[in-house]
Write a protein that binds this ligand. Sequence first.
Ligand SMILES: NC(=O)c1ccc[n+]([C@@H]2O[C@H](COP(=O)([O-])OP(=O)(O)OC[C@H]3O[C@@H](n4cnc5c(N)ncnc54)[C@H](O)[C@@H]3O)[C@@H](O)[C@H]2O)c1
Length: 287
Amino acid sequence: MADRLKGKVAIVTGGGSGIGEAICKKFAREGASVVVAGFPEDPVEDVAKEIEKEGGKVLSFTADLSTEDNAKRCVETAVSQFGKLDILINNAGVFPEVNLLQDYSEEAFDYMIKNNVNTAFVMSKAALPELHKTKGNIVSAGSEAGVIGIAQNTPYGGTKGFIHSFMRGLAVEQAQFGVRCNIVGPGPIDTAWTHDSTGPMDSKMVKTMKQATPMGRRGTPEEVANVYLFLASDEASYVTGATYMVDGGITLAKGPVGEEADSDMKKEPKGELELEHSKDGHTSIRK
Ligand SMILES: NC(=O)c1ccc[n+]([C@@H]2O[C@H](COP(=O)([O-])OP(=O)(O)OC[C@H]3O[C@@H](n4cnc5c(N)ncnc54)[C@H](O)[C@@H]3O)[C@@H](O)[C@H]2O)c1
């Protein structure tokens, strides 16, 4: 284990699967005590057990984190078990539908508002009093879709646009309390969301997505977790209000540039973490 987060206490929402699993495992390896938080049916307990096996300090918390009561309970649990809170990672999110707006279901729209927007709002609000005490920080999951807008993903992009402006405003507002606030903007990442077999994209979209990415491939959850680690650590002590895109260049690119990518660049790095739940994420509406 390294010690870039030694002595820190972190809550990671959506910590049971996909990018969240990688963040939890990375943070624990770097010395943080981690609260793996997610829906009751998410494999949060499993992630917590694997971290424990490696000697990490961890606890799991399951609830719908989009309500103020549950968000407060999550923060209280972290503080009562680990004594304080230094880092909130607002990673929880959902991606239930890809469609033209005229066909987009109101149910999926409401579902994204609840889980992508409300969750970040209530969790940040509940965490701030504790983060003031520790001069901690928040890092939230934005998206390339929230920066540029993406066809057939317009409501999803809108919820992520909220995260981008919300976090920038928070950065300005909360500096007076010593709290930093930043955004990680993943591009196409190798989780359930970006495979036609597990998510709402069809095979044509998946192909186009890779072609449109200068690096010619998806990013790994661990490649995203590495950037969360930097922003959450004291190494980023002068970074607030920033958006770090982890997107293989897709936000800037035009056309099928991925086909020209260097062959080594196109290979997903193996990474250090053993990830068991990268494809166990949330891709349909939870009943
Ligand atoms: N995968 C990508 O390509 C991609 C691209 C851009 C942004 N992102 C962002 O990264 C984050 C993680 O995405 P992922 O691909 O790892 O997906 P994922 O489905 O594997 O992880 C998201 C987790 O959040 C949990 N969650 C959602 N709402 C919740 C709530 N109200 N309460 C508790 N848990 C809740 C889900 O159950 C799931 O475990 C999301 O915020 C997403 O918007 C992902």
